[in-house]
Design a protein around this ligand. Sequence first.
Ligand SMILES: Cc1cc2nc3c(=O)[nH]c(=O)nc-3n(C[C@H](O)[C@H](O)[C@H](O)COP(=O)(O)OP(=O)(O)OC[C@H]3O[C@@H](n4cnc5c(N)ncnc54)[C@H](O)[C@@H]3O)c2cc1C
Ligand code: SF4
Length: 488
Amino acid sequence: MGKLMGFLEYERCLPPDRDPLERLKDWDEIHGALPLDSQLEQAGRCMYCGVPFCHSGIAIKGTPTGCPLGNLIPEWNDLLYRQEWDAAVDRLLRTISFPEFTGRVCPALCEGACTCGIHQPMVTIRQNELTLIEHAFETGHMQPYIPETRTGKRVAVIGSGPAGLACANRLNQFGHSVTVFERADRLGGLLMYGIPNMKLDKQIVDRRIELMRAEGIEFVVNAHIGVNHSAEGLLSEYDALVLCCGSTTPRNLNILGREGPGVVYAVDYLTQNTKHLLDASHPLPPEMNAKGKHVVIIGGGDTGTDCVGTALRQGCKSVHQLEIMPRPAEERTEQNPWPEYPRILKTDYAQEEAIAKYGDDPRQYLINAREIERDDKGAVRAIITDDIRWAKGADGRLSPQPVEGKSRKWPADLVLIAMGFTGPEETLVDAFGLPRDARANVAAVNYRTERKGVFVAGDMHSGQSLVVRAMNEGQEAAAACDQYLKQL
Ligand SMILES: Cc1cc2nc3c(=O)[nH]c(=O)nc-3n(C[C@H](O)[C@H](O)[C@H](O)COP(=O)(O)OP(=O)(O)OC[C@H]3O[C@@H](n4cnc5c(N)ncnc54)[C@H](O)[C@@H]3O)c2cc1C
Ligand code: SF4
């Protein structure tokens, strides 16, 4: 159980991030590491609670809390504290395929449900997870796991994001022969082209893929199934298909001035920037470069935050992030008690950087974009917004209402739309004739679609979500697919 009374003896402590102004000079990861002794003390704060919620993965009032993968957190915290490294990482890897990704980018749904958090700062679960897996890589513990026997069954996984990779990993461990098809030129989905390098170094993604290759998984890039590769053809070549193509249709902003240069989807902007960083031969398209520009980002979520960090590193003149929702509370409210995930104001890495550079938080709340103003050559000049309040209409529903006389004009040369995603693209959904559910995602029962032998997982099935949830879906779909293959 870690250190008896460890949570009283040691204070919660995270590794310090690099200095915000210094880290703006490069694209390296922002997080540091604690000295080993201090990190072990952090593991010792976990009290192996009688009823731990951290690993419960439940939904309260429709919002997930606790680890969706059911990670055996108290068990590996204890093993980490006692420095039983191999046992600890093996316990970790029982439930999670790639802790090196979640250890860097997971919002740590587990920590919101940590019992310590009722009256004390919660245990540093995510950092403990990262410490364990990085130690395992550094010490050579992470060797390829090659199944002793092969089943003779062949599975094609389409899409190489966290869902596709986790699914392929598990199917391979079950002994099936797995090929992953990816339309991009690199593997990893949003882990590669989406989440920026500052949060997840791309070498970490490549390191895992190399291990998976050594374990026998085949990868095919530049394979856009349904476009340059026949979808139906795969069905005859393979015993089963698992579709893990993400929720990639961005939500648009239908306002005056939207069409034309200077208004770009956030995910395209982030993708082009990463590609440029990785390929010296790939020039950054001028419309994707914020250097010397006033940048306005529509959307206050994590994608918008990644755009702030990227625009700052590109050398923007100013950056603002506009959000239609109210500013969250600083502390948990009575409506948001433990063990719910805390819906509180978080000042993320990129906002910290903007504050360090300009002295102001780039986020502006309760604002609705009304019009993008262009000059006579069609270039974006400004964005006009209304301050809003949320009011109940005749149907009892809350909707944003403009506050009279409170319109504002923000100088803008580049507008980035970071308003989420509306669902999977049509290509494969139509190619296989798959029905969609009420939220426009691919409908399935226990990951089985209506087409025999075709499974679906990740954001394509559940909507745009989190790496940890996509990974969980990939693992569960692999189990469902394995059951199906056993019956063939
Ligand atoms: C900018 C951004 C930042 C984010 N940051 C975080 C974060 O910090 N933490 C977090 O937990 N979550 C984050 N998320 C969410 C998280 O990245 C996603 O929920 C997760 O990646 C979904 O995984 P997936 O495997 O279902 O899909 P994706 O990661 O979207 O992967 C789908 C893959 O399928 C490929 N594909 C699509 N169609 C085809 C086809 N027809 N043929 C072949 N390949 C195809 C795509 O090219 C892509 O590589 C972020 C999302 C975005 C957009
Ligand atoms: S995957 Fe995320 S929620 Fe699960 S233990 Fe790790 S940090 Fe916590």
